[in-house]
Design a protein. Structure first.
Length: 413
């Protein structure tokens, strides 16, 4: 989950930071057979039943019993080691036991966890590497070579994403790529669009990197990166179709700050800050790309309704962080958010679930049943990535502190 600075300007800064962590295939890597991702996509089995938006919700979702401890799954996250380098760690289901899983001589820039066996894929030192769930059997699978520090988007590996069946790793490097675990080969399906202005100066026209698969593997949400700003598209691995968004003028829908419904028919996105883009809450039809504005905060709207981290629960309700703030004709940044639940329109039956104000929250990790959310709460508002991992139940039970610092939180299998 990506967060912000003047919340707008930090988002753009983090966008360029993402580019600085973005995109490589070693020329020495053998070319893959055509359509690696199509072959793998054909083997995916549907993992979830369709989401019914018209179902009658219970007042509060019941948490799933977990005999192993506090959490339904292990939680993975990034934190600095003793040398000040970012590494991957795992918090066990007891909510207490922390294990360091990577020991790289350079920062781990990004990572993902196999939903099948908990193996980890990560980028570090412009290489793509894997380790087993216990951190053993470190293996380099893609070498991006030397970085071009003047044009980082030309050479950087970024954003590895493991497929639901554990057989494919999507990643960014000069475009959108798929690495096959079975064949050990990569296939680039979308080429980054870059203009050479001469004199060693390049301008990105449109860049591509993956964010998240649908549960059945039939759809991959990708970020479209531009010289200024970013957007989102839906890529279909089986066939290679790209569905771009429409009707999202003024909205900022990108960079992983969203959630899919169980059946991946809709994507909910939100932004609590305004500036170059509006704050608000949006629903995207992933089949057509049509975007519907549920809440919006423009310079004309007063009060301004803003939202963050929307999560469509299995009870047919939408859970998110919300604030209605006076519009003072200035950028909205770090508004006083509260945890709420509503119908999927973001308005009907909207109810505040907890009294806390979440003003500096940098990311959120939802339980699949919406019974709780873990937020990264920084010690000071000047920190825009990560923070203390704190668990908040949606039924109002007391908050539980997990670890002093975590960023890029993800669930294991």
């Amino acid at each position: 989950m990506l967060k912000k600075s003047n919340h707008l300007f930090a988002l753009l800064a983090l966008f360029f930071f993402t580019l600085a962590c973005a995109n490589p295939l070693n020329a020495a890597t053998p070319a893959a057979p055509a359509n690696v991702e199509t072959i793998v996509a054909a083997t995916f089995a549907a993992l979830t039943a369709p989401h019914n938006e018209d179902s009658t919700p219970p007042s509060t979702p019941e948490p799933v019993d977990n005999p192993s401890g506090l959490l339904p799954h292990s939680m993975y996250f990034l934190n600095n080691d003793g040398a000040g380098l970012a590494q991957v760690y795992r918090l066990d289901t007891d909510g207490k036991t922390v294990t360091q899983l990577t020991f790289e001589p350079a920062n781990v820039d990004d990572y993902d966890v196999s939903p099948v066996d908990g193996s980890i894929v990560f980028s570090s030192n412009n290489q793509l590497l894997t380790v087993n769930t216990d951190g053993s059997s470190r293996s380099m699978i893609v070498d991006g070579g030397a970085r071009d520090e003047n044009n980082p988007f030309l050479t950087n590996i970024t954003s590895p994403v493991w497929s639901p069946n554990g057989q494919t790793i999507a990643f960014g490097y000069k475009g959108l790529n798929f690495y096959s675990i079975v064949s050990g080969q990569s296939n680039r399906v979308l080429e980054d669009q870059v203009s050479d202005l001469g004199g060693g100066f390049f301008v990105p026209q449109e860049l591509y990197w993956p964010e998240v698969y649908s549960a059945d593997g039939s759809k991959l949400i990708v970020t479209l990166g531009y010289y200024e700003g970013a957007s989102t598209a839906i890529y279909y691995p089986n066939g290679g179709a790209v569905v771009r968004l429409s009707g999202n003028e003024g909205a900022i829908i990108c960079c992983g700050d969203y959630h899919l419904t169980d059946d991946a028919s809709a994507l909910f996105a939100a932004s609590p800050t305004s500036g170059m883009f509006n704050a608000g809450l949006w629903r995207v039809d992933t089949a057509t790309g049509n975007t519907i504005t549920l809440l919006t905060a423009t310079f004309e709207s007063n009060p301004a309704d803003v939202a963050d981290n929307p999560f469509p629960g299995p009870d047919g309700q939408l859970y998110f962080f919300y604030a209605s703030v006076p519009n003072t004709d200035e950028f909205i940044n770090r508004p006083p958010l509260q945890l709420v639940r509503s119908a999927v329109d973001g308005v009907t039956g909207r109810t505040i679930l907890r009294p806390e104000i979440f003003q500096n929250m940098n990311e959120a990790l939802w339980a699949a049943d919406a019974s709780f959310v873990i937020i990264a709460n920084p010690a000071v508002p000047e920190i825009f990535q990560g923070g203390a991992a704190q668990l908040y139940y949606t039924d109002g039970r007391p908050m539980i502190s997990l670890v002093p610092f975590a960023r890029s939180m993800k669930w294991g299998p």
